[in-house]
Design a protein around this ligand. Structure first.
Ligand code: 4AD
Ligand code: MG
Length: 477
């Protein structure tokens, strides 16, 4: 007999028909009521066991997280809280679960505890909701780009250049520890290593994506990204996913438009397609907010916040305007910032970004035209000679969601910036070629996928929105 998913059954009106379902027991009450979940939805289906006609041995094996196969009749439920239920006619235990050993009990566990059990935490409502939303978000990302004429490009994970300077890199080598051959100068001789040169895990696919944009026009990457920075924050992972669109002939304004339209579209997709999970996460967040001091509580629920972002314009502000706002704001004057805002040209810290979005503008903000000195070499220099066509999209509760720019398309300017920063032209010969052969204005950005999942699910730690997080001192599983 064909197996139905719990989701299908909950939406079915084929009453009195025989149905077949498999899943894991969430709870078993009064020796009668199984709450069964199979991951297809946040909701469980109630399966009612005829306990008088069921062997006691079998009843004992219906424990939380046991895998079961159920055949029964779909009926309208008499109880509260569900519209349909299954009257069990045949129950088979597929996999027992010893309740004394199973660590995830049907009670509230701390997120820290669940992180230590990342292989089982997905069996909780919170994590299954988060991961279903994550999956829908990825689909929304591909859907947006595919429907808008972008080509999906897979840029390499192992790279031979360290030029972008986006972050510390993880080294990739095939040498045995302590047995690497040395050259005449006594340094490790990477010409003898697997790739014949020093290699690292990528911090961004941008430079490669740019070469593809110069032929395919509109491209995007969506892949693994690695940063070996030792930052133990709730916003950083050592291994994360980044989405990087790159578009030929787009200037910075078009790049800002793209980032805004893209984010709104993806949020719209999950609002439409993840209603049950978002409602659950909305309630979860409301409960969590109650434990915070009044001043720190958000005045919007999760779904309300997602709708607000999807429907309202992001505020666009130049670095210089933002600098003035920050220099004159109360927390700066009262010396409340850890990093005081004094001189034009300082890099903005997350406390400043959050002040701008959460306190001042109260909406997502796109900051643009940053000082050249705090941004990467490839960003297009403005005519003022001091600022570059950079943009960061800042989100409430998150800070930086997107970093991007219009790229420096002028070969001479690019070369002179590289020289200033001691970036070896030979290492990036292929990147410079794009400026030699049919160079054109182009722009792109990178969006940290987990930060988007964080915002969309209302979770507060980035470790809780990726299945198996990689952070300093942590690579379990
Ligand atoms: O601002 P970033 O460093 O930009 C780049 O790498 C550019 N090459 C992107 C481009 O223009 N194509 O990183 C982009 C985004 C950040 O805004 C942030 O959302 C995310 O990547 N990100 C991280 N997410 C999780 N953990 C980390 N350690 C992250 N570092 C950056
Ligand atoms: Mg950045």
């Amino acid at each position: 007999m064909k197996r139905s998913s719990v989701k299908e059954l909950l939406h079915s009106d084929k009453f009195l028909q025989e149905v077949h379902v498999k899943g894991w027991v969430r709870t078993f009450r009064s020796n009668r009521f199984i709450a069964l979940n199979d991951g297809s939805t946040i909701n469980n289906i109630q399966c009612v066991v005829d306990f008088e006609n069921t062997e006691e041995e079998l009843l004992k094996r219906i424990t939380t997280s046991a895998a079961v196969s159920i055949t029964g009749t779909l009926v309208e439920s008499e109880g509260k809280g569900q519209s349909v239920e299954v009257k069990v006619t045949k129950l088979e235990i597929l996999g027992d679960s010893n309740p004394d050993e199973y660590p995830i009990q049907p009670k509230k566990h701390s997120l820290e505890f669940l992180r230590e059990n990342a292989h089982l935490r997905i069996r909780t409502n919170t994590f299954s909701a988060v991961m279903r939303v994550r999956s829908a978000l990825s689909f929304g990302v591909h859907k947006y780009f595919q429907e808008n004429g972008f080509n999906y490009v897979n840029t390499p994970i192992i790279t031979g250049s360290d030029a972008e300077g986006a972050g510390e890199m993880f080294h990739v080598s095939n040498f045995e520890t302590n047995k690497a051959p040395l050259n005449e100068e006594g340094d490790i001789d990477y010409t003898k290593d697997f790739f014949g040169k020093e290699t690292n895990l990528t911090v961004s696919g941008q430079l490669e994506a740019e070469t593809y944009a110069m032929a395919l026009g509109k491209v995007y990457t969506f892949g693994y990204t690695f940063r070996a920075e030792n930052s133990n924050t709730t916003r950083h992972l050592a291994e994360f996913w980044m989405i990087e669109p790159e578009v030929a002939f787009n200037d910075l304004d078009a790049n800002m438009d793209l980032s805004e339209d893209f984010i709104k579209s993806v949020l719209g997709y999950v609002l439409e397609n993840c209603k049950d999970d978002l409602e659950f996460l909305d309630n979860r967040l409301t409960q969590e907010e109650k434990s915070k001091p009044q001043a720190e509580r958000s005045d919007m629920g999760l779904i309300e916040k997602l709708n607000f972002v999807a429907e309202n314009n992001f505020k666009r502000v130049s670095y210089t305007e933002a600098f003035d706002i920050l220099r004159n704001c109360k927390p700066n004057k009262k010396k409340k910032f850890q990093f005081p805002i004094t001189e034009w040209g300082v890099d903005l810290q997350s406390e400043h970004e959050r002040y701008l979005v959460e306190k001042h503008f109260k909406c997502p903000v796109i900051l643009f035209d940053y000082p050249a000195t705090i941004k990467a070499f490839y960003m297009r220099l403005n005519d003022d000679g001091k600022t570059v066509r950079a943009m960061d999209v800042l989100f409430p509760g998150i800070g930086e969601m997107v970093g991007g720019s219009q790229r420096e398309e002028r070969l001479d300017v690019l070369k002179s910036k590289m020289a200033d920063l001691n970036i070896d032209e030979e290492e990036l010969w292929w990147y410079l070629d794009t400026r030699k052969f049919g160079t054109a204005v182009h722009s792109g950005f990178g969006l940290g996928f987990e930060r988007l999942v964080l915002f969309t699910t209302g979770m507060s730690n980035i470790r809780d929105v990726i299945p198996f997080p990689r952070t300093p001192q942590n690579a379990e599983f």
